[in-house]
Design a protein. Structure first.
Length: 228
């Protein structure tokens, strides 16, 4: 016979069937997690209606981050920076490193570190900083865009550039710069994919009907088809 306690648990499960998902955190830091659509049966969810109700306790697991990049790197990189400008950039880098040692999960500081390292010609260091910023906050479009540009024009890894531009567009369809980045990649470096340009530009215009930039890109693409 089902007692009042089990009836209460079964009631929660029924609510889960209606809502689709039920997550409950108990006082020990664990959660009861039930997923599925309304077609799931109680038995499939671990509940036996003919006996004692059973709900699996799932420990809460934090997102596993990759190892943080090395903060101290070589500073002798080729480039056209004057010694004075490079000295200023290195001073900024040192200040950011101090801040990151105090708060190693500060996304803005990792993004800024990448910018400063790119400025002195340390493209690998910039890449590492922005990739880690992505891992810390995957919803932040800034590192995705920075990496799309870096992989395209500096590291010449077109596949990685494409990956970042596509993800940026998926995260924020209203961010016109993402479409421009993918357009430039396909137009100039991955010409075998240039036929996809009107597809994603039309989608961008549909989602951003007032964007003159996207319409201008589309006009440029059409002009390129008739210009020898």
């Amino acid at each position: 016979m089902i007692n009042n306690k089990n009836l209460g648990i079964i009631g929660l499960v029924i609510l889960a069937l209606v809502a689709g998902v039920l997550i409950y955190k108990d006082t020990r830091g664990s959660k009861i997690e039930i997923t599925g659509d309304t077609g799931d049966t109680l038995k499939n969810l671990g509940i036996d209606m003919t006996g004692d109700a059973k709900v699996e306790i799932v420990p809460v697991q934090e997102k596993k981050l990759p190892p943080a990049p090395e903060l101290v790197r070589a500073t002798d990189f080729p480039g056209s920076l004057s010694p004075e400008i490079k000295k200023i950039a290195l001073s900024h880098i040192e200040a950011i490193i101090v801040a990151l040692k105090k708060d190693p999960k500060n996304v803005d500081n990792w993004i800024e570190l990448g910018l400063q390292r790119k400025a002195i010609g340390d493209y690998e260091g910039a890449r590492d900083a922005w990739e880690y910023a992505k891992a810390l906050d995957p919803q932040n479009v800034v590192p995705w865009g920075n990496l799309g540009d870096l992989y395209h024009f500096y590291l010449k890894n077109y596949t990685k550039s494409e990956e970042n531009w596509k993800k940026l567009i998926a995260l924020k369809p209203s961010y016109v710069h993402g479409y421009r980045g993918l357009y430039e990649l396909y137009m100039y470096s991955m010409k075998e994919k240039s036929t996809q340009i009107p597809v994603f530009l039309n989608e961008g215009i549909r989602k951003n009907p007032t964007s003159t930039d996207l319409k201008a890109l589309f006009a440029d693409y059409e002009k390129s088809l008739i210009t020898p």
